[in-house]
Design a protein around this ligand. Structure first.
Ligand SMILES: *Cc1c(COP(=O)(O)O)cnc(C)c1O
Length: 913
């Protein structure tokens, strides 16, 4: 498939390179089999040419991977040179099979060229299956060494000889000899877990990598003209840590080791060795470093617990499974899930089973590991989803009367969180995407305006927090760093809550990490630590003064710089680990990077007590622990693949002549107005786009698009989103969860593979063919009806209603110039049914009230799915736009609205003014 994606491929074409490598292997295999077939029937062996060509194309890439490695490739070279077509084809088949199914990681025979092992084929016992007791996790370690190429094989042998029988894991060395090659290996080889750098290595690769070269000189200020710049080892370590912070990096140097170890710039290095130190020390450190990530304190302990003979006298009948296994009636439940589920069920907080409410043992350790993995100071596990994580943050950091600036489209847990805490929402609007009946994200200008208005009104001190969804359901990603920096320029102690329910995986993509809350918090801190920050601030003071004048129109037009001495970095991020990583449903975390967290320690503990169950589910906690382990060890590779899968779908839909007639996937150009793409970035698939332009867009643009979220327009195929979703589910077993009037949202994630692309494309093709056939058979009238249907879905779209305003009766200070409201008082006012009334949506009475008043005041939240945000909140004045939108909504599921009774309102007489 995607062959045009691979043609003219360069090593540094980073998006989709690992898929491209496997494609190239498949391609070479096909050529080798053809050559062997020719040879078998005694034809002249012209096929050798094309095999040689394919091999030459692959060879530079192969230097970054341990398997098949130089030795097997040598054997292959020999066979081709001997015109042994059958032997070469057999070896290529074996190698490419081993690569595709990963068997080289546990089957030593795969590394041997001997023919007899080829008979086994690729379908041997996979790891962890019965009989493979000797299976050990496999990874690769990168050695960056200035040793001459002729010594490489010998060095690899020496490294392998360090292996001991009781090593818990096994690794293969990958040797490279330059800074550029080390970076390419880091990017391309997802199996790497550790990097050993010898100081004094040269910079340039012998391969051609022009993009990388300009990246190094422009972004990393690495002088590529000097062969081995000073401290090149340390520089390389920092660059690698920037790409993949989870890797363990070791530096071998003959400089003063003690001095280096104390250098703050060396904090990315796990250990510095004096070059002549024992190789065994290095070996043991490599294993120990990976083991540290592999350890899952809570899960490991749960396994031990399940294996112990224990009698329980606590109130949890299913613990140990006896009530199930011995039952006459519910045994199948036990058989379905397996005994371990019940052996691991416990309400104990002894025997190493930590308390979720006040963790001090294994759960605490597991949380600390998660915090390190995501770059936070603290992580709290939550077993009731991010719905609860969000409410906990409101509970812990806001109090009645505080103002929270919040995107009205954010998840309902935020609105309810404010009802609970008494914080008052000041709703800000995202830019609308009316054609697709969805919202984008909130422009920074709107947020700055809100803060400046509050400042002008003398209410800035009331503002506690800004809440935004990053990324949005549809994939809009904020420039988290810039939003925070500019807001802090206006209010230096503002707290940020970034709802990253969908975005947890982004931590493991070097492209997306900087746009996560935690990634941006780190970047802000780094900026502040640089003396340059103070200069930037002083330059701004020279122009705008120290105390910004909220009426100064220039403030909206320019990038504002915070005062490095006054600003506080106070960032909260919530992730539904279950939405983008391998956690059981409801597994969620709150990640905290708040310099003033000490103010909230007890409030946070209270928030846990208020919201967390006293019977937390041990399996969900274990799955959080395990999800972290997975991401720290293979997250990079999996996320890269998820992005590749998404890009492949975009490409296939776009280029297929029939599918593209009826369907399209919206690119960044359609999802983000041009004014927010200052870098000039158009879309991932635009000709001439490469990762450097994408990286620039990711760094600078106000919004960018998460490539893994694909808005597939189906209105042009005559389907509204809901109908299309149901069609996919009922006829093709494809599940998805978000729709709009004329689109559905497809997502790729870490469980997708490229065969998923193929099956999706097949389905879209089938549907397109059906439409073609129907149109052909239905005559002129049928075609006109189809065109009318498409027009209705694509053009006749309702305007999206903006938030109107809170009724003055639900505003603490009706004279205030800023629009925040006391939603909590309206919410509880509606508890008295006598004070409420209902007006049917299509009644004349409702029209009359809209025209003549008194104003309609919503008694509760009304949330249609889709789009899934509240079009009415308690205390809000319901205006004509909102009613118009509701009347035109063609969805069945509207939470908070009872069609039989009508819209629930607070009676005018009940509103105290
Ligand atoms: C799903 C979601 C939540 C709630 O998360 P759960 O884990 O389902 O409770 C919160 N915010 C956003 C943006 C979401 O998409």
């Amino acid at each position: 498939m995607t062959n045009d994606m691979n043609s003219n491929r360069q090593l540094d074409h980073l998006f989709s390179n690992s898929a491209a490598r496997l494609d190239q292997w498949r391609d070479m295999n096909a050529k080798a089999q053809a050559w062997a077939a020719e040879a078998r029937i005694g034809k002249s062996a012209r096929g050798a040419e094309s095999v040689l060509e394919a091999l030459a194309a692959l060879r530079p890439m192969e230097t970054y991977f341990a398997f098949p490695g130089a030795r097997l490739l040598h054997t292959l070279d020999d066979r081709i040179a001997d015109a042994d077509a059958i032997g070469a084809a057999r070896l290529i088949l074996r190698m490419s099979n081993a690569l595709l199914c990963g068997s080289y990681r546990y089957d030593e025979d795969e590394w041997e060229a001997a023919e007899e092992s080829s008979e086994h084929g690729p379908d041997r016992t996979p790891p962890g299956m019965a009989g493979s007791l000797s299976w050990r996790p496999y990874f690769e370690a990168l050695f960056v060494s200035p040793a001459p190429a002729a010594r490489t094989a010998a060095i690899c042998r020496e490294i392998r000889e360090l292996r001991r029988h009781d090593d818990a894991m096994i690794y293969e060395p990958v040797m490279v000899g330059s800074v550029e090659d080390a970076i390419l290996a880091t990017i391309l080889n997802g199996k790497l877990e550790a990097v050993v750098i010898y100081d004094g290595i040269p910079v340039p690769s012998k391969h051609d990598a022009p993009l990388l070269r300009s990246f190094l000189s422009v972004y990393q200020h690495l002088d590529t003209s000097v062969d081995t710049p000073r401290e090149v080892g340390l520089k390389l370590a920092r660059m690698i840590a920037n790409i993949r912070p989870e890797l363990d990096i070791y530096l071998l140097t003959d400089r003063k080791v003690e001095q280096l170890a104390g250098d703050p710039a060396a904090s990315v290095i796990r250990r510095v060795f004096y070059e002549v130190e024992e190789p065994m020390e290095v070996h043991l450190n490599i294993l120990e470093g990976v083991r540290e990530r592999h350890v899952t304190p809570h899960f490991d302990n749960l396994k031990l617990y399940a294996a112990k003979p224990i009698s329980t006298f606590h109130a949890l009948p299913i613990a140990r499974g006896k009530s199930i296994i011995k039952s006459n009636w519910i045994r199948d439940f036990g058989e379905f899930y397996g005994l371990n589920l019940f052996l691991a069920e416990t309400s104990a907080t002894t025997g190493g089973m930590d308390s979720m409410l006040e963790p001090t043992g294994n759960i605490k350790l597991a949380q600390d590991k998660f915090a390190r993995a995501v770059g936070a100071d603290h992580v709290f596990f939550v077993t009731n989803g991010t719905s609860t994580s969000n409410k906990m943050v409101y509970q812990a950091v806001t109090k009645p009367g505080d103002i929270v600036i919040v995107d009205r489209n954010c998840h309902k847990s935020h609105h309810y969180g404010m009802v609970l805490s008494g914080a008052q929402p000041l709703y800000v609007e995202a830019f609308p995407m009316t054609e697709y009946s969805m919202y984008g994200a909130v422009p920074l200008r709107t947020i700055k305006q809100a803060l400046l208005d509050l400042k002008a009104a003398g209410r800035l001190d009331k503002v506690a927090m800004l809440t935004l969804t990053n990324c949005t359901f549809d994939g809009h990603i904020y420039n988290t760093r810039r939003v925070m920096a500019e807001c802090l320029a206006i209010k230096p102690d503002l707290i940020f809550l970034w709802d990253e329910a969908w975005f947890g995986f982004a931590r493991w993509s070097p492209f997306l990490r900087m746009r996560t809350a935690m990634g941006a918090a780190a970047a802000l801190q780094e900026w502040r630590d640089d003396p340059k920050a103070q200069q930037e601030w002083e330059a701004q003071c020279g122009e705008l003064g120290e105390n910004l004048d909220p009426k100064d129109p220039r403030l909206l037009e320019r990038v504002l710089v915070p005062n490095p001495k006054a600003m506080r970095i106070r960032v909260y991020e919530t992730d539904s680990v279950h939405k983008s990583m391998s956690s059981l449903r409801q597994g969620s975390i709150v990640a905290v990077r708040d310099e003033d967290y000490q103010h909230h320690v007890s409030a946070f503990r209270e928030a846990v007590f208020i919201h967390a169950s006293t019977s937390p589910n041990a399996q969900i906690i274990a799955s959080l622990d395990v999800a972290r382990r997975q991401m720290e060890l293979e997250g990079y590779e999996l996320v890269m693949r998820a992005i590749e899968v998404a890009l492949a779908i975009r490409i296939e839909v776009g280029k297929h002549p029939l599918i593209s007639k009826y369907f399209s996937v919206l690119g960044a150009d359609k999802m983000i107005p041009e004014e927010y793409r200052a870098s000039g970035f158009v879309d991932f698939l635009t000709p001439g786009m490469n990762w450097l332009t994408a990286a620039k867009a990711l760094k600078d643009d106000e919004f960018c698009l998460d490539p893994t979220r694909l808005t597939l327009v189906c209105g042009t195929a005559g389907y509204d989103g809901t109908t299309f979703k149901n069609l996919l589910a009922s006829d093709y077993n494809i599940q998805l969860n978000k729709t709009s009037r004329n689109s559905v949202l497809l997502q790729s994630n870490i469980n997708n593979t490229r065969s998923d692309v193929a099956s999706l494309i097949k389905v879209l093709l089938r549907i397109s063919e059906d439409i073609e056939m129907r149109l052909r058979d239905s005559g002129e009238a049928g075609r006109a009806a189809f065109a009318e249907k498409v027009r209705g879905l694509m053009q006749d779209v309702p305007n999206l209603p903006n938030f109107s305003q809170f009724h003055d009766g639900y505003r603490d200070d009706p004279d205030s110039a800023t629009p925040e409201g006391n939603m909590r008082s309206a919410f509880f006012a509606a508890y008295n049914e006598d004070d409420c009334e209902y007006l049917p949506l299509n009644s004349r009475e409702l029209d009359q009230r809209l025209e003549d008043g008194p104003p309609l005041v919503s008694a509760n939240f009304v949330i249609p799915y889709p789009p899934g945000f509240p079009i009415m909140v308690p205390g809000q004045i319901v205006d004509a736009d909102t009613i118009e939108f509701m009347r035109r909504l063609d969805v069945k599921e509207i939470h908070g609205y009872n069609a039989a009774r009508g819209i629930k309102l607070i009676k005018p007489a009940a509103i105290k003014m």
